[in-house]
Design a protein around this ligand. Structure first.
Ligand SMILES: [Fe+2]
Length: 393
């Protein structure tokens, strides 16, 4: 059996079959028994988080070790099931797949690697509320993060775009609509927003609540060009008027965009099964108190039939028929532990009992999102690695 050095200097590497992140996702969603072999170097025994890839499908073998195997026995790989080899950017995984195929496996290399997987945003069609023509939820699988494109009478708006917003712009172009606005429900801590960049490129407004325009860890003013959102403000989109509702707590400037009594885009204020954590900036008591008031307001004024579309989900969140994520507010009232009736004091203790440490990268990402730090592509990939941790556990 030929041995391969751990390098790309092998002509056969260029012939290795590949699979795109979208194809892999479709196979996983269809329940195909794909085995994922992760060849990235790592510290300790931990398998890096890869959103929506079930942990029991993952086999972690560092690439330099993988190429030392002279048969599949001992690798844990079942030769009868398909294999997808992943690495950071889709190069080393080709060598791994080539070697596994020489040993009799049916392996493909994931094109673009984890970097591409983490960027994949899949459109899910949602039933549009009456004032909209189209409503699409973009599901960023690797981060379990959701963004939205709203279309009404030829005008489009994006809510909570990721830094790779190509799928969103492509969808807008395909619908023949004109993108007139982009908005963030809040300054995100877990991913770098594409909002400011879209606004700059297209010369359209970037909407944000001013409460989030400062760096929350030291109060330093951000360097953002934005159009301020205030409670009660209307944003006109075609025949639709979105209403801004200030729903602080996860951050001081968190807002919900409402389409009348029909739909609410809640960002990280409310998820279907949890609520946005108010402990990201060492102001837990102050932010939790704001969050409690936002929850009371929603509980007392929001229609029970209104659909809630959040910015995150978890792997066990039930999906709608087209695999979208959303639920009527009534369902949250009965099932979401954070929405149960509690006085403020009880709520604060409830939050304190669930406080966890936040990923250190969140401080940097918030700084990037308010325009006081920058990151190149490699730094951005590193900062955004792993699922979000924006919800109360
Ligand atoms: Fe988040």
């Amino acid at each position: 059996m030929a041995q391969y050095s751990w390098s790309m200097n092998n002509a056969d590497v260029q012939t290795v079959p590949e699979i795109s992140p979208l194809e892999l996702l479709k196979k996983l969603e269809a329940g195909e028994p794909v085995q994922i072999v992760d060849v990235r170097a790592r510290s300790g025994n931990s398998i890096p988080a890869v959103g929506l890839i079930p942990q029991d499908r993952l086999i972690a073998i560092v690439g330099s070790r993988l190429v030392q195997y002279s048969d599949l026995a001992g690798t844990g790989i079942d030769p009868s099931r398909p294999v997808v080899v992943i690495c950071a950017h889709g190069n080393d995984s080709k060598i791994g797949a080539l070697h596994l195929n020489r040993l009799g496996a049916k392996a493909r290399s994931l094109t673009g690697g984890m970097a591409a997987w983490m960027k994949l945003s899949v459109p899910r069609t949602l039933p549009p509320p009456a004032p909209l023509t189209r409503l699409v939820q973009f599901d960023r699988i690797g981060k379990e993060a959701l963004s939205y494109v709203l279309v009404s009478d030829g005008e489009a708006m994006i809510i909570d775009p990721p830094r790779d917003f190509s799928a969103h712009l492509q969808f807008v172009v395909e619908t023949g609509a004109v993108l007139i606005a982009v908005a963030d429900t809040h300054v995100h801590a877990d991913y770098i927003s594409g909002g400011p960049e879209i606004a700059r490129r297209l010369g359209i407004p970037y909407y944000l609540h001013p409460g989030d325009s400062v760096y929350p860890y030291n109060g330093e003013p951000g360097q953002l060009d934005f159009t301020p959102l205030m409670d009660g403000r209307k944003i006109d989109l075609g025949r639709c008027a979105l209403t801004v509702e200030h729903t602080p707590g996860h951050s001081p400037g968190s807002v919900t965009f409402r389409i009348e009594e029909e739909a609410a885009f809640t960002g990280d204020f409310l998820f279907l099964n949890s609520i946005g954590r108010p402990d990201l900036a060492e102001k837990t008591e102050e932010w939790a108190s704001q969050l409690w008031r936002s929850i009371q307001r929603a509980r007392s004024t929001w229609p029970k039939t209104m659909m809630v579309y959040p910015a995150h989900y978890t792997s066990n969140t039930p999906r709608l028929p087209d695999r979208g994520i959303g639920a009527p507010f009534a369902q949250l009232l009965s099932e979401n532990p954070g929405l149960q009736e509690m006085d403020e004091e009880t709520f604060l203790r409830w939050i304190e009992g669930r406080a966890t440490s936040a990923p250190p990268a969140y401080r940097t990402i918030k700084g990037i999102n308010v325009g006081i730090f920058t990151a190149d592509e490699i730094e951005a990939e590193f900062l955004e690695n792993g699922k979000n941790e924006c919800a109360i556990q």
